[in-house]
Design a protein around this ligand. Structure first.
Ligand code: ZN
Ligand code: ZN
Length: 78
């Protein structure tokens, strides 16, 4: 029986540069998320909120309607 205690390697975080347009802030839940659905008026909604409001925001699964300006936005044009 051998007790093998090995020290956990210290992972240095920092070599992590992956910024495209900066974090987005959901206009619905105010959380900062890496991705939001955005309307041309500037409205942003995160995946979670979009999913929760899917039945209200989208009637066909292809477009979603911005609650701010009423614009129809496609799900695939990001
Ligand atoms: Zn949200
Ligand atoms: Zn809008």
């Amino acid at each position: 029986m051998s007790a093998n205690t090995r020290p956990s390697p210290e992972l240095s975080s920092g070599a992590y540069r992956r910024r495209r347009k900066g974090p987005k802030t959901c206009h619905c839940c105010k959380k900062t998320v890496p991705f939001c659905w955005t309307c041309r008026c500037g409205f942003m909604m995160c995946q979670d909120c979009m999913y929760e409001n899917f039945s209200r925001m989208s009637c066909n699964g292809i477009t979603w309607q911005c609650p701010d300006c009423g614009e129809l936005n496609g799900y695939g044009n990001q």
